[in-house]
Ligand binder design. Sequence first.
Ligand SMILES: [Zn+2]
Length: 168
Amino acid sequence: MIIESNKVVTVHYTLNEGTAEGQLVESTQGGAPLAFIYGIGMMIPAFEANLAGLSTGDTFAFGIPAAEAYGVYDEAALVEVPKQIFEHEGKIPDGLLEIGNVLPLQDQEGNRLQGMVAWVGLETVKLDFNHPMAGVDLFFTGHVDSVRDAEPEELAHGHVHGPGGHHH
Ligand SMILES: [Zn+2]
């Protein structure tokens, strides 16, 4: 059975930055494989395109440029704001504004977003609203663990049931 739309696919993969020898981002090796329904928009389209037609046991190695993954880095998404807005009862909670902290925020429309503290000044901080993987070219290596037909219920729910998926 080959990988195509509406198949439940499990893969073991290792994700590195840029090339197979780049900085390790994550890996399923030694753990459970990644399980997803192919062709319903769960995964990055370029990731799925590179797996099309493979079957169980096949290996893969491919790169995805940042623009087709989590996007290019957007300078405009680095925003300087007054520290004051983080005051709680007149004071900024200890340890809140430290570089690398991810703060849950809301915009004027009430949308929830996450900003990472990128720079801390005397009166202001810079928050980075880029995806943590923005600007990073991805490189995947791995193999196909299994391919099967998705159950009608899985397609209705939009997720995998059983091993590697939802249990409910
Ligand atoms: Zn379900």
